[in-house]
Design a protein around this ligand. Sequence first.
Ligand SMILES: *Cc1c(COP(=O)(O)O)cnc(C)c1O
Length: 364
Amino acid sequence: MNNKTYNFSSGPSMLPIEVMNQAKKEFQNWNNLGASILEISHRSKEFLKLITNSKKNLRNLLNIPKNYKILFCHGGARGQFAAVPMNLLKKNDKADYIYSGYWSKKAEEEAKKYCCTNVINTISLHDKKKYIIPMKQWKINNKSKYIHYCPNETIEGISIHEEPIFKNKYVIGDFSSTLLSRPIDINKYSLIYASAQKNLGTSGITIIIIKKELIKNSKQNVPSILNYKTMLEYNSIFNTPTNFSWYLSNLVFCWLKKKGGLKEIEKINIKKSNLLYKKIDSSNFYINNIKKENRSIMNVVFKLKNEKLNNIFLKESTLNNLYSLKNHKVAGGIRASIYNSMPIEGIKLLVKFMSYFEKKYKYE
Ligand SMILES: *Cc1c(COP(=O)(O)O)cnc(C)c1O
């Protein structure tokens, strides 16, 4: 068949080939320094320039208004599960946590150590299909200081595509598996965070976009590396950052700009996910039980109607150059993570394999 492998890993996930090639080319000699990005000080003038450029590039891509700051932190999205309530709340303060799947649940379990959480379940069923209850029906608590939600549940492949409608309330979003996949109106959010290893580069760095007024509220007794005020004062290099991850993220930002920005990448992403969903829906051999309006464009999940075939599918897909299609064990089945860097050729090969597999095993 084909001998190029396509990597559907959920994170760390595939990187654009152009980014990999550039990183490879300048691995031992970055910026003509005669040294690798891995070997230089984060306080050197070249690295400081990278910091400035990366912020500028991200600001341009997402059209981030002036009254928002960008921080590059450690600790991944899970670090932010703790940092958000630690920075913004006092012990008896309340916060609304929207439940839509695994990651929003994990965020709430962590936050509960530092504040009173009010869990709002937004998952419902209609005609055996899962969907997200529309925002205007969410039972927001009057006294809560913020609303936390996850617009793309990476494991369940379910998405909240609506933009927040909540006024006079801080809105916090875990954008780990969706940031930079489409344009968003930053003004509708107070704080957005995302770990880089899904759609923004590789693991080791976490991006935070935060409204300036929230930083003022950061509490003193929060550990410095999680403290938004400290991170801002120190230009995100309070301690030594992961140079390489930061650099790779910046290469990804430059790559996206060259591709035409977020409007363009969104069109491609929609086209890619539509190809897969069309294949899944074309017969009852493959099953995805999420209503169309809440299907993820980044993580396409499905199962085989005949459950015994799931493992055979995974085994044979690997032999056909389709790598890492196994979903997280809490969900089971198949997941194709198709972030920005997955080319349409990868999707086409997967669709072709799915047709072949269906023909072969249809009568099992
Ligand atoms: C991957 C993921 C996380 C966990 O990220 P870490 O960097 O491992 O902490 C959290 N939330 C979402 C939505 C994710 O996709």
